[in-house]
Ligand binder design. Structure first.
Ligand code: ASP
Length: 342
């Protein structure tokens, strides 16, 4: 399908005609856009006993997200659907399966962003909500602000009839075991991350057949994190960013490092300079290692539907679907694929 798009400020060509500046609307022809979805299940040293279930989880989420796009759904709907599938899967550190903070409680962060108009909804330190990404979308669409945190966020959730669940419903045996272990050693978030003993944040990016991009990221954070600690995930430009002008990104890894380099926006900045998604991702991740000694991973899709999944940790579970081909991997350099029938 040939899509004619009209660019609006600030990407207008401007002509100074004396008294006033005239904006010439630029019409560009977009190439035939194929819908694409990419998902990740967190960058860390995924142990062998979680390897298969992590791969299965991202493959399933990518297929579900892609079927939204294949049925004419938009990028926002697709990333929300894919991230919900990952939140519902206890293998991942988001929604069900979230890790526990220093007091053994579950505090969740999430973000969703629409590349059409930079609309964004972010929530942090929320409790008793099984699908934070859905709540983030509600904030994006219904709140008079972009980001809500803690008790205020939970209050808004109640007014929006977001279902609350008991904490126990979100907590897995693995999360308790891990928490008990870290309680014993009282390690900081940085020590925990450097030992790569943590769980998987989840995320998705997509481009739909109209050429619109979107992203979403959701996490329980890092085991034993301070009560009230907010990582990169809900921070606009750090945990995620989407702009039709360039593309969309979702990140994972050491939150304190990701925030310092605004990793998601840095990738798009590199792409704006003309770098391929892969170079843009690698240069941004290298910058994070060199500048703040932080490791992580990310997925990105460009405005033309090129995508990549890159990481500097030992492993990251990821999957993508384009042209009915599912690709996925976990180890550095690993790319497996299969044809899917929807
Ligand atoms: N970025 C997340 C955080 O620091 C953790 C992760 O990606 O696994 O909260």
């Amino acid at each position: 399908m040939l899509v004619l798009k009209t660019l609006e400020a600030p990407f207008l060509q401007t002509q100074n005609t004396g008294a006033c500046v005239e904006h010439t609307i630029v019409q560009i022809q977009k190439m035939d856009i194929k819908p694409v979805i990419v998902v990740h299940g967190g960058a860390w040293a995924i142990p062998d006993d979680l390897a298969e279930s992590s791969k299965d989880g991202v493959r399933y989420a990518a297929k579900r997200g892609f079927s939204v796009l294949a049925n004419g759904g938009g990028a926002v709907q697709a990333v929300e659907c894919a991230v919900q599938m990952l939140e519902n899967n206890p293998v991942f550190d988001a929604g069900h399966g979230a890790v526990l903070n220093a007091e053994g409680d579950v505090e969740l962060d999430a973000i969703i962003m629409d590349g059409r108009n930079l609309a964004v909804g972010a929530v942090s330190c929320i409790k008793n909500i099984a699908n934070p990404v859905m709540f983030a979308r509600t904030v994006m669409e219904k709140a008079s602000c972009s980001m809500l945190t803690g008790a205020g966020a939970n209050k808004f959730a109640e007014t929006m009839n977001i279902k609350l669940v008991p904490k126990e419903e979100l907590v897995t045996e693995l999360a308790i075991k891990e928490w008990e272990q870290y309680q014993k050693y009282k390690q900081s978030v940085t020590c925990l991350f450097n030992s790569e003993q943590m769980h998987d944040t989840v995320g998705a990016v997509a481009i739909d057949n109209e050429g619109n991009v979107a992203c979403a990221t959701s996490t329980g954070g890092i085991t034993n994190k301070m009560v009230g600690r907010v990582g990169d995930c809900p921070i606009i430009g750090s945990g995620a960013y989407a702009d039709n002008f360039t593309g969309a990104v979702s990140t994972t890894g050491h939150g304190e490092s990701i925030m310092k380099v605004t990793l998601a926006r840095l990738v798009l900045f590199n792409m704006e300079k003309g770098e391929t998604p892969q170079d843009a991702a690698d240069h941004a991740l290298d910058y994070m290692v060199n500048k703040v000694n932080g490791r992580g991973g990310l997925i990105t899709v460009s405005k033309t539907g090129e995508w990549t999944a890159r990481f500097t940790t030992k492993r990251m579970a990821w999957a993508s679907v384009k042209n009915n081909v599912l690709m996925y991997g976990l180890n550095p350099g690993e790319i497996l694929n299969e044809v899917i029938h929807l």
